[in-house]
Write a protein that binds this ligand. Structure first.
Ligand code: NAP
Length: 309
């Protein structure tokens, strides 16, 4: 394993690792594609230090004699839900803009001292993708007295009942919500799920928050929506282009909050738990034991577990 999204090692290093190692720990910035996997004659396991596996060609790994691909879900859920709630409140109450105006001294000239925001309690939160993070966010929103509606590929009546939230078709989530938070997984089916047509459905007073993956939102359409005032603002923890250039159009809007990519899981406690799970997954597979989280369970029948250490 090398570093974060911006610090992936050169390709030659990965080729060397994939040719000569039995196991590899990778992270989001490491693009593990089919050509790299084809080099992996000795590799038994790719353990990623992330919940998402969209940076790995999992199908290619499975087809390469059954290379195990493991990941670290669950342990980062609460931290990402905290960040989503933080971004929601920051947008609603213009916290980041207020901080900027105080530091630059523009609060009285530009805003007459008034920086009015929107209320969070009583507002409607629309969650797109009710997985672990979406559910943890719904719990938080209920504690803030929000109405919560959601769209997910699979309807979850037990969670609706337990949390008092309501299912809607995707289009209705977009038209009814004051805050739309994206927590769906990135897959070929969810790429540009939020496109121009769907952004136009949102209320002019509504905010979009993406803590899932950058390419779920069509960035060009989002920039257009912000320029033309189809929505009130946005907050992003993930981008189609990472790292986002400081000159990017998104950086020009006062009603947009931008965080360094993927700080959703970036707490000391969560990152430590993720590291423990990534290493435990690797050790388990090498010891012939089932890993904690396997992204391609079909490998169990292709290459049954056997102790290698
Ligand atoms: P999860 O529990 O596995 O939930 C995944 C969600 O994606 C579920 O709602 C699932 O729908 C939906 N989904 C999966 N495949 C789909 C498809 N083909 N079409 C439509 N929906 C699909 O994952 P999670 O822990 O909540 O994490 C959600 C995402 O957040 C991750 O995949 C990752 O990209 C992102 N994430 C971001 C950060 C960050 O730092 N910002 C950190 C961790 C994760 P159903 O359950 O309804 O079938």
């Amino acid at each position: 394993m090398w570093g974060g999204r911006q610090a992936s090692p050169p390709r030659e290093v990965w080729i060397d690792v994939f040719k000569n190692c039995t196991g590899a720990i990778v992270t989001l910035g490491d693009i593990i594609d089919r050509s790299l996997i084809n080099e992996a004659d000795k590799l038994f396991i790719i353990s990623t230090y992330s919940v998402g596996v969209d940076h790995i060609d999992v199908k290619a790994a499975t087809e390469k004699g059954g290379i195990y691909v493991t990941h670290t879900p669950e342990v980062l859920v609460e931290a990402v839900a905290d960040l989503a709630m933080g971004l929601l409140i920051a947008l609603a109450r213009k916290i980041v803009l207020g901080d900027k105006l105080i530091r630059e001294g523009g609060i009285y000239d530009k805003w007459g001292g008034w920086l009015l925001g929107s209320e969070v309690h009583g507002a409607t939160l629309g969650i797109i993708g009710l997985g672990n993070i979406g559910t943890a966010l719904a719990r938080r929103a209920k504690a803030f007295d929000m109405k919560v509606i959601y769209w997910s590929r699979t309807r979850k009546p037990h969670i609706e009942f337990a949390l008092g939230i309501e299912y809607r078709p995707l289009e209705s989530v977009l038209t009814e919500s004051d805050f739309v938070v994206i927590t769906v997984a990135a897959t070929p089916e969810t790429r540009h799920l939020i496109n121009e047509e769907r952004l136009r459905l949102m209320k002019k007073t509504a905010y979009l928050i993406n803590v899932a993956r950058g390419d779920i939102v069509d960035t060009n359409a989002l920039v257009k929506a912000l320029k033309e005032g189809w929505i009130a603002g946005a907050a992003l923890d993930v981008y189609e282009e990472e790292p986002l250039p400081s000159t990017h159009e998104l950086t020009k809007f006062d009603n947009v909050v931008l965080t360094p990519p993927h700080i959703g899981s970036a707490t000391y406690e969560t990152r430590e738990r993720m590291a423990e799970v990534a290493v435990r997954n690797l050790i388990n597979v090498l010891m012939g034991k089932r890993p904690l989280y396997l992204a391609n369970p079909e490998v169990l029948s292709i290459r049954p577990l056997q102790a290698l250490i």
